[in-house]
Design a protein. Structure first.
Length: 303
């Protein structure tokens, strides 16, 4: 099966994207050109951000569309997109992140519009529309859990899933709704082998009604594809590895989520497994990585 490099759904053999997916991401059914040289990507991205952990190794470029929506350009102000090219340290991170976001959407996690773009050297880059910017480039209020916990980025791993829940309970406008969403994200992180879900990668975003809600999920990867023994960034019920279904149920109880609601999340993940395996099989990753990803899901699907 050939898949759309935006939504992941089946597509014709001569196509790469559905028109509707391009329109959702770029506001027009045409793929824009990228107005920079491939050779300069890493230098530009390194100048824009530092690098920590796996997600930090992904160089990030701020981009915006020109007035005709025909070209993506480097943007210092008013950026609406983030572009992540290949990272020399870890292979195929753009494809990995794109697939993980598609799997997240499959199990009901809110994710921003994103896609894979082929660069001039034939490599794939990951592009995502920023959810913390308005149409005019203005900033929406957003606080990650490091900020809410009043700790620095160096302490992003010095917490637990339960401490994340306490912060969401304290600061979210509708805590019960957001705690269930947070629970789904932690279940998903375990399912797909995401060892980089730390305090900087969870945030509250103020919506147009002034309510503080969990932001769409971002910087999600199966870190075990490049670090085979990687564990969870934050412990769940005191464990970073070898989580069982009962552990995930216990986490729901610690979050204050009723057993029926927690079991519904676990059932939805379990029911998504066949479709998830189809997405992995169609993903533009090397065979070995696709097999490792599939094996992770098969081993960790809730019972």
């Amino acid at each position: 099966m050939k898949c759309c490099l935006a939504c992941g759904e089946p597509i014709g053999v001569s196509e790469a994207y559905h028109d509707r997916c391009l329109k959702l991401l770029f506001g027009a059914p045409q793929l824009p050109e990228i107005d920079l040289e491939v050779a300069s990507l890493h230098t530009l991205a390194l100048a824009m951000v530092g690098h920590t952990s796996i997600s930090g190794v992904q160089r990030k470029l701020s981009m915006r569309l020109d007035d005709k929506r025909a070209t993506l350009q480097i943007a210092v102000d008013g950026a609406r997109y983030i572009l992540k090219p290949q990272a020399g340290t870890f292979p195929h991170l753009p494809e990995n992140e794109w697939l993980t976001q598609r799997l997240a959407a499959l199990v009901g996690i809110d994710v921003p519009p994103c896609a894979l773009l082929a660069l001039r050297d034939g490599t794939q880059a990951y592009i995502v529309r920023r959810f913390d910017r308005g149409e005019d480039g203005s900033k929406h209020a957003m606080e990650d859990l490091c900020q809410l916990a009043e700790v620095g980025p160096a302490d992003k791993y010095n917490a637990s899933a339960e401490q994340c829940a306490k912060l969401v309970r304290r600061y979210a406008s509708e805590p019960l709704i957001e705690l269930l969403r947070l629970y789904r994200q932690f279940v998903f992180a375990w399912w797909v082998g995401n060892g980089d879900m730390h305090l900087k990668n969870i945030a509250l975003l103020r919506d147009r009604n002034g309510l503080w809600r969990l932001s769409p999920a971002y910087d999600q990867l199966n870190t075990r594809l490049v670090m085979p023994d990687d564990q969870l960034a934050l412990p769940v019920c005191g464990k970073r590895d070898n989580l069982k279904t009962d552990t995930l149920r216990e986490l729901g109880a610690r979050f204050g989520i009723g057993p029926k609601a927690a079991d519904r999340v676990l059932r939805e993940v379990r029911d998504a497994q066949p479709k998830a395996l189809e997405l992995i099989d169609a993903a533009p990753l090397p065979d070995e990585m696709r097999q490792t990803y599939a094996d992770t899901l098969l081993e960790r699907t809730p019972t």
